[in-house]
Ligand binder design. Structure first.
Ligand code: C2E
Ligand code: MG
Ligand code: MG
Length: 724
């Protein structure tokens, strides 16, 4: 500006007096300084010639002149023809005394390749003196001396406005393509929405504009949204929206404040998180439920029971915990496979759930164990009613994969507050009572009594010991001989026709234990198969050794519990054991109880047929105590009936028992089955049996079950060894 300040004002006529020049020159210099300092372009054209009288530096330079050279030029010359054609109408109006303002785009001379700039032009008519007066003085127009031109470059304003428009356009495009819903609102009143929001909520733009945002937020979520807004928060939070169809959509929202023209607008981005929520719920559900039956799991149950107990404590309520175990589930699982087992569990879960009230809880603890919590009962007796109902629904036969199955539950019940105050105590005591129910013949329920916890502890101890016994093979077999009831004169030596192998547990502290003390327990705890396998191996091995040593070639009978019989792969196992021992199949006989025959699925038949085909003998043990009918006996490939000891015990004295025994022998013969009398202790019993036509006998009269050495001694004493 220093240069501009010193530039002489050539257009100014010379002043007469030095003082006048000085003062006039100083004022001109000051004017010029000001004119050159403002960012605007200024010029003054005299009328009517439209010649330039004055231009500031910026004006002159923009048209390619100097401040001196532009003076005296006409407006056409000063701006060039092209510009003149554009501005001529405005100039004409200004020349007629009208203040004119317009905006135009302008390309500067010599800058053809540059962008246009936008200028705002003001043409101000210059009238002669008396600026306060109207253009008309005494009815005559005031004389117009010239036009003052004031030009501002407003390119950057225009650019800024364009930038805003561009950004709004971008925003609009973005809002249109994004999957996230966008809502603009002012003080909660919706001012704009994007298509994604419409798709998400099912509404049309018209439905939403001007409505209150909270109208679309479910009642339960409103306060959260209001608080969020009030706090001016801008972080994401979870809330919900109501779809036009009424469905509640879980959403995540982020709000941003946008101050605009003194008001705070909010832009809210809305993300549908239904999928995420569902996944979350699924994970939470899985953590608390059994995946197979969908019932609450142990963790869930414990939490719920704790809550139920807390409530019961305050209200002096009574709560019952029912521990349910399915007695023969393992048999189903082992014989029909896991798939069938799973179906059975689901069916039982459904039945149990249906049988209790809404407020009660049925959960699966794992395996075939269920726990039912009766959250508010009046008295213990009510738990018994429910237990009876549960027994009935579970006992109802189920058809799975064309097998008609029946499972029976054993139920143990503990009651708050009598039997325990904590979740742990109540569950443990119900568990102990359940074992008591199992021991009491199954398919029944038992209430907890304090002595049961001692027994439960003992049972646990016993289970540990039994597992160890299996690992260490702490078992021995005793053998009891079976003799032919020869029709020769009494006193003649009856021929040895078979041996029955009977297992014992050589307990490290308690000595030799009979099967009644541990076989039912092993069955209940799923340990019988391991024991049974050992028994089979040992019996086959011993028999083969005896045969090889020249002792009588008689078969050995091995007892199989129903659980073992239903085991998958039983026939293959027996085949393998026989092969390994080298014992021919006809020297093995399997003793089964009548309950095996009552399986209605047809599975028993297949197994029996397969065993028969293998060449193994089949005997029905304890015959007469079960419910097997003639029909069953006819259907199955059985070789032998063993008349139960209870019928033999009181013959010949008890006429009823004589009648029963007679009937069994007759019937067996008509079906071409051999009969064996069990538990024969007296010569009178043997004599009668012989008269009735019973084929074989077994009992203390002949020998107690004795270990291998004992049996060998017994056979030796009879002179049974052919090679001796
Ligand atoms: P069971 O198969 O009926 O065996 C006969 C039971 O009667 C044996 O009892 C035997 O000692 C007993 N006994 C034999 N003769 C007489 C007699 O003259 N008088 C009396 N009072 N009793 C006699 P034990 O050895 O205690 O076996 C009991 C039951 O345990 C067996 O009944 C059988 O069902 C089961 N058992 C034995 N060994 C095994 C085995 O290896 N596996 C399985 N699953 N069960 C077995
Ligand atoms: Mg037996
Ligand atoms: Mg028996």
């Amino acid at each position: 500006m220093a240069e501009g300040a010193g530039t002489p004002v050539s257009a100014q006529p010379s002043a007469d007096s030095r003082t006048a020049v000085d003062s006039a020159g100083a004022r001109d210099a000051m004017m010029r300084l000001i004119a050159d300092s403002v960012p605007a372009m200024m010029a003054y054209y005299a009328l009517p010639s439209l010649r330039c009288v004055f231009a500031n530096r910026r004006y002159a330079q923009d048209y390619g002149w100097t401040q001196d050279s532009i003076v005296g030029k006409t407006l056409v010359d000063a701006v060039g023809d092209a510009a003149w054609r554009v501005i001529e109408p405005y100039i004409a109006r200004a020349a007629r005394g009208e203040p004119v303002g317009y905006v135009r785009e302008q390309q500067l001379p010599g800058e053809a390749d540059k962008l246009f700039r936008t200028i705002e032009v003001n043409l101000i008519p210059h009238l002669d003196a008396d600026p306060g007066a109207s253009p008309h003085v005494n009815g005559l127009p005031r004389r117009q001396l010239g036009i003052f031109v004031l030009i501002n470059d407003i390119s950057h304003h225009i650019e800024a406005e364009q930038a805003i428009r561009d950004s709004e356009e971008r925003m609009r495009k973005f809002a249109e393509v994004t999957n996230e819903g966008i809502v603009f609102h002012l003080k909660g009143i919706i001012t704009d929405v994007n298509p994604a929001l419409l798709a998400m909520t099912g509404y049309s733009t018209a439905d939403l504009l001007g409505r209150y945002t909270m109208d679309f937020v479910p009642e339960a979520w409103r306060q959260i949204s209001i608080d969020y807004l009030a706090a001016g928060r801008e972080d994401p939070y979870e809330t919900a929206l109501i779809h036009r169809n009424g469905r509640v959509i879980p959403v995540e929202m982020v709000g941003k404040s946008m101050p605009l023209k003194g008001e705070v607008h909010r832009i809210v981005v809305v993300r549908d998180i239904t999928m995420r929520k569902e996944a979350q719920q699924r994970i939470e559900f899985l953590a608390l439920h059994d995946p197979l039956t969908q019932l609450p799991n142990r963790i869930h149950l414990r939490e719920r029971l704790a809550q139920v107990l807390a409530l019961a404590r305050r209200r002096n309520g009574v709560v019952a915990v029912l521990f349910i175990d399915l007695d023969n589930f393992k048999t189903v699982n082992d014989s029909l496979g896991h798939h069938a087992g799973d179906q059975l569990l689901c069916e039982m879960a459904r039945r149990l759930s249906d049988a209790v009230r809404e407020a009660d809880m049925v959960s699966r603890l794992g395996g075939d164990e269920f726990l039912v919590v009766l959250s508010d009962i009046g008295a213990r007796a009510e738990a018994a009613l429910v237990a009876n109902k549960l027994l009935a629904v579970v006992n109802e036969p189920v058809t799975i994969e064309n097998h008609r199955l029946s499972v029976s539950p054993s139920i143990g019940i503990s009651v708050f507050p009598d039997d325990g105050d904590t979740v742990d105590d109540l569950i443990r005591h119900a568990d102990a009572a359940m074992y008591h129910a199992k021991d009491s013949g199954r398919s029944n329920y038992q209430f907890f009594t304090p002595d049961m916890s001692q027994r439960a502890f003992e049972a646990l101890h016993l289970e540990g010991q039994l597992r160890q016994a299996i690992a260490r093979e702490e078992f021995v077999l005793h053998y009891q001989p079976q003799l032919l009831l020869a029709d020769g004169a009494s006193g003649s030596r009856d021929e040895l026709v078979g041996l029955e192998a009977l297992v014992r547990w050589q307990h490290p502290e308690r000595g030799l234990l009979g099967p009644d003390t541990f076989v039912p327990f092993a069955e209940a705890r799923g340990l019988i198969s391991a024991i049974g396998r050992w028994v089979l191996c040992e019996a086959c091995r011993q028999l083969k050794a005896w045969h090889d040593a020249g002792w009588p070639k008689v078969p050995v009978a091995v007892n199989l519990s129903a659980i073992e019989f239903h085991q998958r792969g039983l026939v293959q196992n027996i085949t393998a054991i026989l092969a390994e021992s080298g014992l021919a199949p006809q020297y093995l006989e399997i003793e089964l109880t009548e309950s095996v025959l009552m399986d209605q699925g047809g599975f028993a038949f297949e197994t029996l047929a397969a065993l028969k085909a293998l060449g193994v003998g089949l005997a029905i043990d304890d015959f007469g105590t079960g419910y097997s009918s003639l029909a069953y006996l006819k259907r199955y490939p059985i070789d032998k009936l063993k008349i139960d000891r209870s019928f033999v015990r009181d013959i010949p004295g008890d006429s009823d028992d004589v009648a029963i025994t007679t009937a069994i022998v007759q019937m067996a013969h008509s079906l071409k089955l051999l009969t064996v009398a069990e538990g024969v202790e007296t010569a009178d019993q043997a004599a009668l049996l012989r008269t009735l036509g019973c084929d074989q006998y077994q009992g203390y009269l002949i020998s107690r079950p004795v270990n291998a050495a004992g049996l060998q001694a017994w056979m030796g004493a009879r002179g049974d060894n052919r090679s001796a």
